[in-house]
Every structure is written in structure tokens, then in C-alpha cells.
Design a protein around this ligand. Structure first.
Ligand code: ZN
Length: 40
């Protein structure tokens, strides 16, 4: 079993920079992808 980045239930991985952020940093409205504020 390979674990790249430990993620908690309240975190998500950005589809652009592939970093893990708290879900409060997620920006909605980008189709079905999770995008962080830095990439929005
Ligand atoms: Zn990002």
C-alpha cells in the first residue's frame, strides 16, 4: 500500500498544483475538480 500524502476527511487535493489543502481553501465552480485558492 502506497501512501503519497496523508489526507484527513476535511482536506482535499488540488487538481492543478496537487497539493493538499483544508477544504476551506477549496474554490467551487470549476466543473467537478477541486481547485485551491492559489490556483483559482
Ligand atoms: Zn492549487
Amino acid at each position: 500500500m502506497t501512501v503519497v500524502v496523508p489526507m484527513r476527511a476535511d482536506e482535499f487535493r488540488c487538481s492543478r498544483c496537487f497539493l493538499v489543502y483544508h477544504r476551506s481553501q477549496r474554490v467551487c465552480g470549476h466543473e467537478e475538480q477541486d481547485i485551491c485558492r492559489e490556483c483559482a
